[in-house]
Design a protein. Structure first.
Length: 354
């Protein structure tokens, strides 16, 4: 179990208690100096009183502690877990009998892989310079190399497990995250890793990291895994960019072809459907007209059979009623006339009625 102190433990994600320990050491050092001066002055009673007062002051100094609003305190008595303490001002047995370790259970913590944020207080948040490049170097499923940078955001869900179940849980989480990311990236091609497969990689990595954290009882809840920069190694960067440009050009041409296809084909299909509907309408029209004419002729035939002479004359008169109004010039010739030239107006202008 890693050594801890009253303000979160040495090497934890929430900093150390160096300033308070320094103040306590100053107080003890001053008390020791005064005690030596009193002993040298030759007054044992005063020395005893000062020693008792110093011990009482030290007890009061170590008896109270404050828990921030985003944290809880894990109290241990002689090293054994005692209880969890909520935020606020609290008291404990002094002189090292009880120790309180502050754990930020409501704060979102993160670990960065391949890059570092300046000013980070957690030593496990950013990679060590000696291993920063090694963490990002991965081999994809199609045996290509890629430099992958990512961030893991997590919370401390169980402070007791976080402190006592696993030694250096933050460092263990870094190893778990790197192992899972290498596994997920190794199952995909380099094109998927760099372009279309980022979201799937993040989701799968999050699920596997959380499963391993639960299996190892680390007391950690993984909130998010986010991929940052993904690039090929520097020696092949230029060639890889050319390949990407070619793929983008290919996608552009495909999209343009699909656009033209969607513009022409639906129009042609619409015209085809229109022509088919017009042909169907014309077919139905001709069929109905033919059936109507056939029914009319059948009716006329039946009436003609009843009275042939009357029907013939009626049909002749009805036909003349339809034809005669459309004739502009009418010439009635007697059957006994031998020629018709004397009856024609040969001097009429073109377009005039004779």
């Amino acid at each position: 179990m890693p050594s801890q102190n009253d303000n979160g433990g040495r090497g934890g994600p929430w900093g150390s208690k160096a300033r308070r320990d320094s103040d306590l050491e100053d107080v003890i050092r001053q008390g020791q100096g005064r005690l030596k001066q009193t002993m040298q002055s030759g007054s044992p009673r005063v020395a005893i009183v000062l020693a008792v007062l110093a011990l009482a002051g030290l007890g009061v100094w170590t008896a109270y502690y404050t828990v921030p609003s985003d944290s809880v305190a894990v109290v241990q008595r002689f090293g054994k877990y005692l209880k969890d303490v909520p935020p606020g001002l609290h008291f404990k047995l002094p002189l090292g009998i009880d120790t309180a370790t502050i754990v930020p259970v409501k704060r979102q913590l993160k670990q960065e892989f391949g890059f570092a944020t300046p000013g980070a207080t957690d030593p496990y948040q950013s990679p060590r310079p000696s291993v920063a490049m090694r963490e990002t170097q991965m081999v994809t499923g199609d045996l290509n190399a890629a430099l992958v940078e990512w961030v893991v955001q997590y919370r401390i869900s169980d402070p007791v497990k976080f402190l006592f179940e696993v030694r250096k849980p933050s460092e263990t989480l870094r190893y778990v995250s790197e192992s899972v990311m290498r596994e997920v990236v190794g199952d995909r091609t380099v094109d998927e890793v760099i372009t279309i497969g980022r979201q799937e990689i993040e989701s799968e990595a999050l699920t596997k990291m959380q499963a391993l954290s639960t299996k190892y009882a680390m007391g950690i809840s993984i909130d998010q895994v986010q991929l940052k920069n993904i690039n090929p190694p520097q020696p092949v960067q230029e060639s890889f960019n050319e390949v990407n440009q070619a793929q983008q050009e290919k996608e552009k041409l495909i999209n343009e072809a699909r656009r033209d296809y969607n513009k022409v084909i639906p129009l042609a299909e619409g015209e085809k459907d229109q022509r088919i509907r017009e042909a169907d309408g014309y077919r139905l029209k001709r069929i109905n007209e033919a059936e109507g004419d056939a029914a009319r002729f059948s009716t006329l035939l039946a009436e003609y059979a009843k009275a042939p002479e009357v029907t013939r004359r009626r049909i002749y008169i009805e036909t003349l009623q339809e034809v005669m109004p459309g004739i502009r010039s009418k010439i009635i010739v007697d059957e006994q006339t031998r020629g018709i030239l004397p009856f024609l107006n040969l001097d009429a202008q073109e377009g005039e009625k004779p």
